[in-house]
Design a binder for this molecule. Structure first.
Ligand code: VG1
Ligand code: CO
Length: 547
């Protein structure tokens, strides 16, 4: 086994987005592409005057195509860069929240997660890689910027010339001086869940009568996690749908929304509808929650979890505070007001919650994009949200719909929708957002029909812990009365640009809370198109995806 230093040329396009570097598999398969990025991570996290000789890394991914090959390359590079130890999930698998937990539990220096989350997998689809720091959370902007800088200047990388390591069985291996621990990807995570939730009570709920539960793992990484944990809770073995992780996710989008979980939607709707349904995404950090004939929006889910947190053992003492990403609905803000706890508004992406969680300022946080989590790890966590809901359902003994409707009556409902315009020409999408940015100043006080714009700006965030500033995080129009329209471009796509338009309007009157959000928000939706001239810039008459 020989340690080699390979001469390489920099790629210009290795800028991490909302959640790591995501590209087509073919892009990652270019000579030295993966190696350049991994070496740039190592160069960016290296501390001057120190080696990696006492440091542990965690490594795992969502099992998509190229996961295993990339894992082997990274192990060889970790060995050549002098790391002491790598903890790797068996078969190279770790859900994103489980990786976050392992980093924390074993006090690792950080972790490398191989995932493009809900993006499709396969040789013609997407791959991704991101670095999480010692707190278990996604690298913050300072670090991702530094990784990008290194990637533009890189001239060489280090790699061991060696055969593949067996990562298909748990146990210790040695690769030159590197110790490799292949671990069961589920065990530590399942133990953590058992500490947080009342497993006994959930087991009673699931086994006492005819309760029916369905969990759609979408042929992605949560299959083995859900099977182990739900089996422990006494759920019917048939409860887990698409539980086998596949490299191409069965050719589908592992994206837990009604459009991509059609079998689950069928099981959860109609006369014979199940009682509780859920789905998670490619890497296990997202969740969709369903009741019988009832869909819970992610923003409402966060608010309901916050309002009911003390029913769950891990949160019995109450919440220190909550946070949501800026485009997420303000439903959780109402709960925080009632509880008398702070509510923080951060830019999109989990990395912005890290400091607040580390500082103990918040206990729960979430995003409108099917992400909810807490201070138990530093990532959003799909199965955690499912267990949190089951714990609430077991404690309250009421159906999902009743719980959400009562929540609306008490706190008001925030009608909410997101419209995505996908694969738009990048130039046109940028011109649209740039145009909006330039107009924000002139909009304040302007009226559009019944709506008056109280404030228009491009969201900027100052981290309350380290004072770092993140600008240009989305154009928001705040209307008198609390409604909002937000525009931003996705930072996770691999083809063209995706424009996301978020529309929200509060409805305090219980008699008006049963509408379809698309109807309730119809006026604001057309206003959102008109103001941004979406048809002009995109040539689209309507969105590609509505959630
Ligand atoms: C999207 C979501 C964002 C989420 C991110 C990563 O980003 O909007 O809320 O944090 O995906 O989630 P964007 O930039 O495309 O809007 V995941 O499950 O892909 O790690
Ligand atoms: Co994800």
């Amino acid at each position: 086994m020989e340690r080699k230093t390979v001469t390489t040329t920099a790629y210009a396009d290795q800028k991490p987005g909302t959640s790591g570097l995501r590209k087509k598999v073919r892009v990652f398969q270019q000579p030295h592409y993966l190696e350049n990025f991994v070496q740039s991570i190592f160069d960016a996290i290296a501390v001057e005057g120190e080696t990696f000789g006492d440091k542990t890394l965690v490594l795992g991914g969502d099992g998509r195509f190229y996961n295993e090959q990339a894992s082997q390359t990274i192990l060889r590079m970790a060995a050549a860069n002098g790391f002491a130890r790598v903890i790797v999930g068996r078969d190279g698998l770790l859900s994103t929240p489980a990786a976050s937990h392992l980093i924390r539990k074993y006090r690792a220096f950080g972790g490398i997660i191989l995932s493009a989350s809900h993006n499709p997998g396969g040789p013609d689809a997407d791959f991704g890689i991101k670095f999480n720091a010692a707190n278990g959370g996604p690298a913050q902007e300072g670090l991702t910027d530094s990784i990008f800088r290194h990637s533009r200047e890189i001239g060489e990388y280090h790699i061991l010339e060696a055969a593949d390591v067996d990562i298909h069985q748990a146990g210790s291996r040695q690769l030159a001086d590197l110790q490799i621990e292949v671990v069961d990807p589920v065990a530590d995570y399942a133990a953590l869940m058992q500490q947080l939730f009342d497993f006994e009570r959930i087991r009673e709920l699931l086994t006492a009568g005819t309760y029916s539960l369905y969990f759609d793992a979408m042929n992605a990484v949560t299959g083995p996690y859900a099977e182990a944990i739900l089996q422990q809770l006494g759920a019917d073995p048939g409860s887990v749908l698409r539980g086998q992780p596949l490299p191409d996710f069965g050719g589908e989008h592992p994206d837990p929304n009604p459009a991509h979980a059609q079998d689950l939607m069928r099981l959860m709707n109609g006369q014979q509808a199940g009682d509780f349904g859920a789905a998670s995404d490619g890497d296990g950090d997202r969740n969709m929650i369903l009741g019988a004939n009832f869909y819970v929006t992610p923003s409402d889910s966060l608010a309901v979890l916050a309002a009911n947190a003390t029913l769950v053992p891990g949160y019995r003492q109450g919440l220190a505070g909550v946070a949501r990403s800026m485009p997420t609905s303000q439903a959780v803000d109402r709960v925080a007001e009632t509880l008398g706890i702070p509510c923080f508004e951060t830019p999109t992406g989990w990395k912005f919650f890290g400091n607040l969680l580390d500082a103990g300022k918040i206990s729960l946080c979430g995003e409108e994009s099917f992400g909810t989590g807490s201070d138990h790890v530093r990532e959003k966590d799909g199965l955690w949200a499912v267990l949190f809901w089951l714990n609430i359902l077991a404690a309250r003994q009421e159906p999902v719909a009743a719980i959400v409707q009562q929540h609306w009556q008490r706190y008001g409902r925030n009608y909410y929708t997101r419209h995505d315009y996908e694969a738009v020409a990048t130039d046109a999408a940028q011109a649209l957002v740039e145009g909006l940015r330039q107009q924000t100043g002139s909009w304040c006080g302007q009226r559009f029909g019944d709506h008056e714009i109280e404030l228009a700006d491009d969201f900027s965030y100052t981290d309350p812990i380290d004072g770092s500033v993140s600008e240009r995080q989305g154009v928001r129009l705040l209307l008198r009365g609390g409604a909002r329209i937000v525009y931003r471009l996705s930072g996770t796509g691999t083809e063209g640009a995706t424009l996301r338009v978020y529309v929200e309007s509060p409805e305090p009157d219980p008699a008006q809370q049963a509408k379809d959000p698309q109807d309730a928000l119809a006026e604001l939706i057309s206003l959102s198109r008109e103001v941004a001239r979406i048809d002009h810039f995109t040539g689209r008459v309507g969105p590609d995806v509505v959630t």
